[in-house]
Design a protein around this ligand. Structure first.
Ligand SMILES: Cc1ncc(C[n+]2csc(CCOP(=O)(O)OP(=O)(O)O)c2C)c(N)n1
Length: 321
């Protein structure tokens, strides 16, 4: 089997993990086991998976509050992410961060940010630090399209361009910022126009194809790593669920969701693998393996303890007089 086909298989398995993981999270949310904010990425899987497939160990990832999938794609264990959603001490942030604050220093996974766009300038900071330290690292920064209306977007892009920083900005354009459609919140439909003011190279892609995401980000990562500076990619995608668990998403035009589900990136990738020679049995085995991992993560989260109050308090408040 060729390298390309193997990569597609690997990316399919990851996307499937993200999908099953979040479906399990939604179930746990419905029964009150997960509480607070919880933004699902279902439908958008090719963006995180295709992009992060390009990274090396020393690279950085920074994302929005819709980041469970990015953490899993970066290699965080399902157990640690699920336990964090459950608010348990075995979670990546000891259960104190929750859904919007998935974080791992070991994986250079820099969150999980609840302030829309707030992390965009932070990404430029990470890229500056890694360039200064000659780490040969690239920073991938994921942004919602709504986030490109925030001041920090312009600060981040200014410094990324001015200092030729090794950062790739990926706009996950899922067409809605909460319930507001793109045409009501953006002066332009083509968000790569925003890169032109900074002379940053850009690409606008149909992100239902995980291979196209992989390839486009590949070029940007090579450019960043070889000292040629930042790129802005607009990845056009779609979320199948509401903005967060409390949103029934009634603002979509009738039929839109159903039409997009017809193009579910998991189904199209599966069909490609079948056509490429992977049998039904092999696909079933991948599915079983992923399901077992998710079930294990749920059991792990359910059986884990919460942090004790004294430790929680010590982590939040300063010690001493
Ligand atoms: C500075 C700031 N303003 C408003 C909010 C409330 N808010 C949370 S998510 C969101 C919509 C953002 O949409 P987008 O950037 O397109 O990302 P998506 O949720 O679609 O992935 C808003 C307005 C916030 N968290 N931070």
């Amino acid at each position: 089997m060729g390298e390309r086909f193997e990569r597609l298989q690997r990316m399919y398995k990851k996307m499937l993990l993200l999908r099953h993981f979040e479906e399990a999270a939604a179930k746990a949310y419905a029964t009150g086991k997960i509480r607070g904010f919880c933004h699902l990425y279902i439908g958008e899987e090719p963006v995180a998976v295709g992009a992060i497939e390009n990274l090396d160990k020393q690279d950085y990832v920074i994302a929005t509050y819709r980041e469970h999938g990015h953490a899993l794609a970066r290699g965080m264990s399902s157990r640690e992410v699920m336990a964090e959603l459950y608010g348990k001490k075995t979670g990546c942030s000891q259960g104190l961060g929750g859904s919007m604050h998935i974080f791992s220093k070991e994986l250079n996974f820099m969150g999980g940010h609840g302030i829309v766009g707030g992390h965009i300038a932070v990404a430029a900071g990470h890229a500056f630090a890694s360039k200064y330290r000659r780490e040969n690292a690239v920073t991938l920064c994921f942004i919602g399209e709504g986030g490109t209306n925030i001041g920090s977007f312009y600060e981040g892009l200014t410094y990324a361009a001015l200092w030729n920083l090794p950062v790739v900005y990926i706009i996950e354009n899922n067409l809605y910022a909460m319930g507001t459609p793109l045409y009501r919140s953006q002066p332009t439909r083509d968000l790569t126009n925003k890169a032109k003011a900074f002379k940053i190279p850009s690409a606008r892609i149909d992100a239902l194809s995980v291979e196209l995401v992989y390839q486009t980000v590949r070029e940007a990562v090579v450019r960043a790593r070889s000292g040629q500076g930042p790129t802005l990619i607009e990845a056009i995608t779609y979320r199948f669920r509401g903005h967060s668990m409390s949103d029934p998403a009634k603002y979509r035009p009738p039929g839109e969701l159903e039409a997009m589900k017809e193009k579910d990136p998991l189904d199209t990738t599966r069909a490609k693998l079948l056509k490429g020679g992977l049998g039904e049995k092999a696909l079933e085995a991948i599915n079983d393996e992923v399901m077992a991992e998710v079930e294990d993560a749920v059991q792990f989260a359910e059986n884990s303890e919460e942090l004790d109050y004294a430790t929680m308090k010590n982590l939040v408040f300063a010690q001493g007089d």
